[in-house]
Design a protein around this ligand. Structure first.
Ligand code: 13P
Length: 252
């Protein structure tokens, strides 16, 4: 069985001090649930160091929300894999729909970032998902599988096994409008079937696919018990220790 992965994407919230406080409360509330679930906190870059200190000696991992594909260079405003590694990160979120939508990140860039993350020894969480317009136009499969295929292009089987995917329908992010467990499971199953066709049973059976988009303590358990849903990528509800801990518990 795949071990569930629950990650908190804090987005552009929490300066260092409140971030450290939130991380400490999460550590206290999550307790032993980490024995059966992989838990990751992804604060903004400027709070990584502080959260790393709060997580020291705990099984909760640290992740960044984005990175450049080069290790250094004249790329004003960017942060490299080598840089996030120095803050204690072991995970990185790549290709989030907010990066694609507001910062014009392309599939090709996501693929370059993914290769760089793997090269640096980071565990990437690669986000995919359709907009409402694409869903209504019947393009879910083409969009989501297209994003998966483009992101994973050129990776070896051993690299694929280090990745997690996150299916985050854009219309469900921050809207309170969660995909129903059946709607989410349908797309997760499409993704897993396509992984099976392309890479075989080993990769398809092992690769974790998280669901993201308005996950809350009230809907988490039903989502996480779907056959092809292996935990969640949590936005708003990850900013409160009690709701995040309740979501982790729902994955146990
Ligand atoms: P919400 O949980 O706030 O909908 O955000 C989901 C998300 O984008 C996580 O990456």
């Amino acid at each position: 069985m795949r071990r569930p992965l629950v990650a908190g994407n804090w987005k552009m919230y929490k300066t260092a001090e409140p971030a450290e406080e939130l991380a400490r409360s999460i550590v206290a509330q999550v307790g032993r649930d980490c024995e059966v679930v992989d838990v990751v906190l992804c604060p903004p870059f400027t709070s990584l160091q502080a959260v790393h200190e709060a997580l020291a000696g705990t099984p909760i991992a640290l992740g960044a929300q984005n990175m450049h594909w080069e290790n250094e260079g004249a790329f004003t405003g960017e942060i490299s894999p080598a840089m996030i590694l120095t803050t204690g990160c072991t995970y990185v979120i790549l290709g989030h729909s907010e990066r694609r939508q507001y910062f014009a990140e392309t599939d090709e860039q996501v693929n370059r970032k993914l290769k760089a993350a793997l090269g640096a020894g980071l565990s990437p969480i690669v986000c995919v998902g359709e907009t409402l317009q694409q869903r209504e136009a019947g393009q879910i499969e083409a969009v989501v599988l297209g994003q998966v295929q483009a992101a994973l292009q050129g990776l070896s089987e051993s690299e694929l096994l280090k990745i997690a995917l996150a299916y985050e329908p854009v219309w469900a992010i921050g809207t309170g409008r969660t995909a129903t467990p059946a709607q989410a499971e349908e797309v997760h199953s499409l993704i897993r079937t396509s992984l099976h066709q392309q890479y075989g049973e080993g990769v398809a059976g092992a690769l974790r696919i998280q669901y993201g988009g308005s996950v809350k303590p009230e809907n988490a358990a039903e989502l996480f018990t779907q056959k092809n849903i292996d935990g969640g990528l949590i936005g708003g509800a990850a900013l409160k220790a009690d709701s995040f801990a309740a979501i982790v518990k729902a994955a146990c």
